[in-house]
Design a protein around this ligand. Structure first.
Ligand code: GCB
Length: 605
């Protein structure tokens, strides 16, 4: 069990949540001496920076953008006197990749992992009816003992530099919202829901965890605010007659209210929107509410101009509008858990999410997508440090599932992206993380991982763990691109025939395929990087997808162009977007719109 509750901040009868977003004091600790110099009591200088945001793209200095090490944030917060006797927390949506939190000079907590929330219990450290100083040290160094994996090197001039084993810029800092919370002493800590649909009705199985022994009551309200069901107790069932199901693009949300009661007195009240739906894999089908669904959509990133990986409510809105326009019904949170607000929006809009933990770069290479295409192997899981990585990975899975399990939009867990799977050493590692996800999720959602190009039917030692086989394939880009595209198609079909021959009775989806395309480049006849080639490439891949009944989804790489480490393979970032980084369509967007709007939700059902 986790130390602190992961529930999203709410203000209710019994709870208070105050946003600490805004300008914070900021200091880059170039010498790494902040601790010794007493920054916990206050940081030097008078620079300020927005929270939430990545710190990298605001400044004009390359040394700041590429900085690897500690950065410090500070702000004052007022804690109301009427909160005395309550439990007081600071809640960080994320701090990338690790953080230490100080309040009034006292170290409260630390957290490892840059894409999941954590709380600091500051009850005993705050002054009431007074201002309090919060200082946060955030470190962005990459290692092979935490996810995402990479290394931090030291350049001859003494500066540290991050070397990601993954293909997105190592944006960091306080990239998500920060809240100050007041909770009653006895509060709702966590809850689990599971659904059964029986004809027109539904049964909700619930299990509520609180920090005390008082009685628990539940009430469920429909969209018109009418009570649809109620129950007493920490565990049990609630019957919903004539239940409105949560469906793709037709999301019906109920409001669940959980009370802790002392007779008539409400000790705590927590509420959340929920959707009644089931998700299941059967033979080669993905079933939502018992009906087959074909996934159409994207691998995405949290990435935009100026704020980098920082959560931006406007960018989120635009992305959902574009996904609706193009006829998508799903996306994968490549390559890390996204901001919680994005899942709330997907719940509301009826999108299906494959929720990925930040286990990317478990393949030792700075260009794994290239090298795996050429057959390179790396016995990644044979490292001496693998047990430390496994521990961090398992903790991240626990945090992910605890955070996201009650979103109707979340239909599957992606436990790794493109790990090394050709060596036997991967097998026990996979065994543990797949078992853990199964154990923690009361809905027993399907589990998957994205297979890199060299994880093939005859080389991959781990695909059997997946409930849905998810392939990242670049035939026609990294393999036989351009005029060789017919050869690419041949190799692609050869691989798919080999999978077919295994007769796995599992659904296959493509979690990546795509071609880098410059948004302004037109070429007749086509050449690679032109808009014409992106369309030619899609016509080829779509033809392959449509030739195999067991292929049950296509999530193209990527929704939009995004920032990466600079290098000879990337022209100011990865350009495989169907939209530009500014969220305008490339030509291929119209091709996909035509296709996806024409495919029924139950295509190949
Ligand atoms: C991959 C990775 C993704 C890269 C992509 C590419 O296989 O999973 O992170 O961005 O290839 O474009 O090379």
């Amino acid at each position: 069990m986790l130390e602190n509750s992961m529930l999203y901040p709410k203000t209710t009868v019994s709870r208070r949540s105050v946003s600490l977003d805004g300008m914070w004091k900021f200091w880059i600790d170039e010498t790494g001496t902040g601790e010794k110099e007493g920054f916990a009591d206050g940081i030097p200088g008078n620079d300020t920076i927005p929270v939430p945001a990545s710190f990298q793209d605001f400044y004009t200095k390359k040394e700041i953008r590429e900085f690897a090490g500690d950065v410090w944030y500070e702000r004052e917060m007022f804690v109301p006197g009427e909160w005395e006797g309550k439990e007081v927390f600071l809640r960080f949506g994320a701090a990338t990749h690790r953080a230490e939190v100080y309040v009034n000079g006292r170290k409260i907590t630390e957290h490892e992992g840059g894409f999941l929330p954590f709380c600091a219990d500051i009850t005993g450290a705050v002054h009431y009816n007074a201002s309090n100083k919060v200082v946060v040290k955030v470190n962005n160094e990459l290692t092979v003992t935490n996810i995402p994996c990479g290394e931090t090197i030291v350049l001859p001039d003494g500066k540290k530099m991050n070397k990601p084993y993954f293909d997105f810029f190592n944006y960091s800092g306080l990239q998500r919202s920060v809240y100050l919370l007041a909770l009653p002493k006895e509060y709702v800590f966590d809850f689990d829901l599971n659904y059964e649909i029986t004809g027109k009705d539904a049964v909700i199985h619930f299990h509520i965890q609180t920090t005390g022994e008082h009685e628990v009551a539940l009430a469920l309200y429909d969209e018109k605010g009418r009570q649809a069901a109620s129950a007493m107790g920490k565990s049990g069932i609630m019957k919903v007659e004539n239940a409105h199901l949560w469906r793709v693009h037709n999301a019906y949300l109920y409001r669940l209210v959980i009370y802790i009661l002392d007779g008539d007195v409400i000790i705590d009240e927590y509420e959340q929107e929920i959707g009644i739906r089931t998700i299941q894999v059967k033979d080669t089908s993905i079933l939502l509410n018992g009906e087959p669904v074909y996934l159409k959509g994207f691998g995405k990133h949290e990435d935009s101009d100026i704020v980098g990986r920082g959560f931006h409510i406007g960018v989120m809105k635009r992305d959902f509008e574009l996904m609706k326009w193009i006829g998508a019904n799903s996306f994968r949170t490549a390559h890390y858990p996204y901001s919680e607000e994005i899942y709330q929006m997907a719940d509301r809009e009826g999108f299906l999410i494959i929720d990925e933990v930040a286990a990317v770069g478990l393949f030792e290479s700075l260009m794994n997508f290239m090298e795996a295409s050429s057959g390179k192997k790396s016995a990644f899981f044979k490292k001496e440090t693998t047990p430390i990585l496994l521990k961090a990975h398992k903790k991240a899975i626990e945090e992910l599932i605890t955070r996201d399990k009650n979103h109707p939009s979340v239909i599957a867990w992606s436990l790794l992206n493109e790990p090394e799977t050709t060596d036997e050493a991967a097998v026990p590692y996979f065994e543990e993380i797949f078992a853990l996800a199964h154990e923690l999720d009361s809905q027993k959602r399907p589990r998957t991982f994205a297979l890199i190009m060299n994880s093939l039917p005859n080389t991959c030692k781990c695909y059997q763990f997946s409930d849905i086989i998810a392939l990242n394939r670049y035939y026609g880009w990294y393999v036989k691109g351009g005029y060789e595209i017919s050869e690419a198609e041949h190799l692609f079909r050869q691989e798919m025939d080999a999978w077919k021959a295994l007769d796995l009775h599992k659904p296959f989806i493509f979690t990546e395929y795509g071609a880098d395309t410059l948004g302004l480049e037109h070429k007749l006849p086509s050449v690679m990087w032109s808009q014409e080639y992106q369309e030619e490439y899609l016509n080829m891949t779509n033809g392959v997808f449509d030739s195999y009944d067991f292929i049950k989804g296509e999530q193209i790489w990527n929704f939009a162009d995004f920032q990466t480490t600079e290098g000879i393979l990337r022209v100011d970032g990865n350009k495989k977007g169907i939209f530009t980084r500014q969220r305008q369509p490339k030509d291929a967007a119209y091709l996909l719109r035509n296709r996806w709007r024409g495919l029924p939700e139950n295509f190949k059902g």
